[in-house]
Write a protein that binds this ligand. Structure first.
Ligand SMILES: C[S@@+](CC[C@H](N)C(=O)[O-])C[C@H]1O[C@@H](n2cnc3c(N)ncnc32)[C@H](O)[C@@H]1O
Length: 290
C-alpha cells in the first residue's frame, strides 16, 4: 500500500459521497430542486463539512424546514458512513406554518432524496412544529448534530426556540446555520436571532456571515472555523466585522470565474440570442406538427 492509501485506510471516517459528487450537486444538480440556497452559501457549507471531515469530527446533519430538500440534500451528502441525517418540517400540516415560509412537500422531498442520494438513504423525519420538539427527540434518534440548518418558521419566537433546540442537540464541535437573518422580508428572524444571541443562555457564537446565512458554533471553535473557512474560501471574503461581541468574516458572491465570465459574455452575444430564437421557432413548429 502507498503512504496515501495507508493514510486513507487509517481514517476513521468514510465519506458517503466523493467531493466531486458534492461539487456536481452544487454546480448543477441542485437547480433541479425547488427551494432557496445561494451557490456561495452552498459552497461555504460544503467547506465546513470538509473541515469537519479533515478533523474527523463526526455527528449527524439535518435541517428544520426542508421544503423540497435543496439544502437538506447537500447536508446529507456531507455525511460519513454510519452517520444519520434528520429533518423537521410541518409538511402536510401547513396550518402550523404560521408565517407562510415555503411549503414542505414530503412526497417531493422524498423523491428528490431518492434521486440524489439513492434508495437506501433515509433521514429521520420529525413531522410537526419545530417548537414542539425537545433536543432528545433529535439526539435520541440520530445522536448529536454537527451541521444543523435552521430554515423553518421565521417568527421571532420560533427562531429563538429553534436556535436553542439546535444548540442543545449540537455536538461540541458542531455548526448551526441560520437562514434569512438579514432578509428584510422576514424581520422576525433578526428579532428572534438577536433575542437568542443576547440571552445569558446563548451557547452559540457567530463566526461567519454568508449571502443569506449566519454561521454559529461554540465559542471555543469559532476561531478555528473562521480561519479554516477563510483560508479555503478566500475568493469569497468581503470583510471582517464585529457581530454580537464576536469577530465574524463576511462573505460575498466573489469574482466570477473565467468560465462564468465566458458563459456570461456568450449569453449576451447576438449569435447566442439568434441561436436561442431559432431553437424556440424549431420547438414551436415541432409542437404544431405533432
Ligand atoms: C423557506 S422553506 C425551507 C427551504 C429549504 N431550507 C430549502 O433548502 O429550500 C421553510 C420550510 O419550513 C417549514 N416550516 C414552516 N414553519 C415551520 C415550523 N414551525 N416547524 C417546522 N417546519 C416549519 C415549511 O413547511 C417549509 O418547508
Amino acid at each position: 500500500m502507498t503512504n496515501m492509501a495507508l493514510k486513507m485506510a487509517d481514517r476513521a471516517f468514510k465519506a458517503r459521497f466523493r467531493s466531486g459528487d458534492i461539487q456536481h450537486y452544487l454546480r448543477t444538480g441542485n437547480r433541479a430542486v425547488k427551494g432557496w440556497l445561494d451557490p456561495v452559501d452552498g459552497r461555504l457549507i460544503a467547506t465546513l463539512g470538509a473541515i469537519q471531515a479533515d478533523l474527523e469530527w463526526g455527528g449527524a446533519t439535518g435541517e428544520i424546514g426542508v421544503h423540497h430538500g435543496k439544502l437538506a440534500i447537500l447536508l446529507y451528502m456531507l455525511l460519513n458512513a454510519g452517520e444519520s441525517g434528520f429533518c423537521i418540517d410541518v409538511f402536510d400540516q401547513q396550518n402550523l406554518n404560521v408565517d407562510g415560509s415555503g411549503r414542505g412537500d414530503e412526497a417531493r422531498f422524498q423523491s428528490n432524496l431518492k434521486y440524489f442520494l439513492g434508495k437506501r438513504f433515509e433521514p429521520v423525519c420529525l413531522r410537526g412544529d419545530s417548537t414542539s420538539f425537545a433536543p432528545e427527540d433529535i439526539t435520541g434518534a440520530v445522536g448529536s448534530v454537527r451541521l444543523f440548518s435552521i430554515d423553518g418558521g421565521h417568527t421571532p419566537d420560533i427562531t429563538a426556540s429553534d436556535l436553542q433546540l439546535a444548540s442543545d442537540s449540537m455536538a461540541e464541535h458542531g455548526v448551526v446555520i441560520l437562514d434569512d437573518f438579514f432578509n428584510a422580508t422576514f424581520p422576525g428572524v433578526a428579532e428572534g436571532g438577536a433575542r437568542y444571541l443576547s440571552s445569558a443562555r446563548a451557547g452559540l457564537t457567530p463566526f461567519a456571515i454568508g449571502l443569506n446565512k449566519v454561521f454559529l458554533c461554540r465559542g471555543e471553535q469559532a476561531g478555528l472555523y473562521r480561519n479554516e473557512l477563510c483560508s479555503r474560501s478566500a475568493r469569497y471574503i468581503y470583510k471582517e466585522s464585529e457581530f454580537f461581541g464576536a469577530t465574524v468574516t463576511v462573505f460575498h458572491a466573489g469574482r466570477a470565474s473565467a468560465r462564468q465570465r465566458f458563459v456570461g459574455r456568450l449569453r449576451k452575444s447576438a449569435r447566442w440570442r439568434a441561436a436561442k430564437a431559432s431553437y424556440a421557432i424549431f420547438k414551436s413548429t415541432k409542437a404544431l406538427r405533432s
